[in-house]
Every structure is written in C-alpha cells, then in structure tokens.
Design a protein. Sequence first.
Length: 234
Amino acid sequence: MKILLTCIFIISSYFGFSQYTQDSIQLKDKYGFRVGADLSKPIRSFIDKDYTGFEIIGDYRVLKNYYLAAELGIEERYKEDPYLTYNTKGSYLKIGGNYNTYENWLDMQNELFVGFRYAFSNFSQELKQYTVYVTDPYFPADVRDIDKEFDGLNASWIELQLGIKTEVLNNLFLSVHVELKHLVSEKTPDNYANLHIPGFNKVYSSSKFGAGWGYGISYLIPVTKKTRKPTEIK
C-alpha cells in the first residue's frame, strides 16, 4: 500500500510540475520592421568590374508565421563576348510575403521560410557592337559598331524564394536564400532582345525561367511583442 501511494504521489507531482512549468512559461514574439541589405551584390560589385548592384531588403511581421516582404535594387551589367557587346542598367522592385515553417523555442526569432514575390523592372540597354555570323572562313569577321541605346524597357516576373534567417545578435539577422523566377512580360527593343534584366538576371531565348541567390544582413526594429500561448509551445 505504501508503495502504491508513493507511486501515485510521484506521478501526480510530475504532471503537476509539468503543467505548472508550461503555464508559467511566457514566450514573447517580437513584431516590427526589419530592414537591411543584400551583401552579395556589393561583394560582386567589388570582385566583378563589369557589374554594379545594390539591394535594400525589408519585411514586416503581420502574424505568427506570416511576413510582408519587399526588395528594392539597382543593377548595371556590362557584357562582352565574341559576338555581342552590350550594357544594361536599371532598377527593380519585388513585393510579396514569406511564410516561416520553423517552430522557434524560447525567445528565438529564426526563420526557415518560403517566399513569393511579384517583381517588375524598368531599365535601358545599350548595344555597343555585334559580329555578323559568317559561315565562309575566307571572309573576315563583320564587326559592326552600333552604340545605340534603347530606353523605356520594362519586364515583370513571379519569383519563389527559399531561405534561412538566423538571429546572430539581439535583433541582428543574417540570411541566405535562393530564387526561382518565371518571366511574365517584357518590353523589348525593335529587332533586338533583352539579354539581361535587372533583378531577373540573364535572359535565355529558349526559356522564360531564371535563378538567383542572395546573402543578407538586416536589423529588426521592434514595434510590439505578443505572448505565445502555452498550447503553441512544442
């Protein structure tokens, strides 16, 4: 009998302590604006003399796992190959949202996110020179200098993002993500194609798909905190 009472006491004490611990823990989730920059573009600008780019990144937490997100950037790309030399420059804006699939513990604010963007770009392209393809080796290459600029070009696309955000210091985050893109519309010059679209990257004539990646740093400006319910603690 004494053994049975002892077992009942231990079991009841354990569940009572567990319930008390769960009810006593209050997790505070931060809600606010997070702003920063994509570090990959300044690094690439420093390494690649034919590229210049900068991008501002930002998001705002609206629900527990949902964020409004946007990116604003500028790019200039000079390209020279055996048959074509051109320069593209312009700006772009991406707007959409992220969904955080990661369940944080305690006061962590990390993310393993899936994002969707609608993006559009305004840009210009300058065709500097091109080489006419010649099949007969007895004729010299026909190189034509053009130096013609095409203004008022634009394009739009949809974009899927997969990435990670980690809080390395209080309110300071590092992130990395990949981008899968599909071109929706574009305005092209007469008798000429868009070879590079700022924000979209290289355009292939045989496909409307593109890809990219980014590595960012951002800072959270807390606006409010919300207590997470004990039932949400896993």
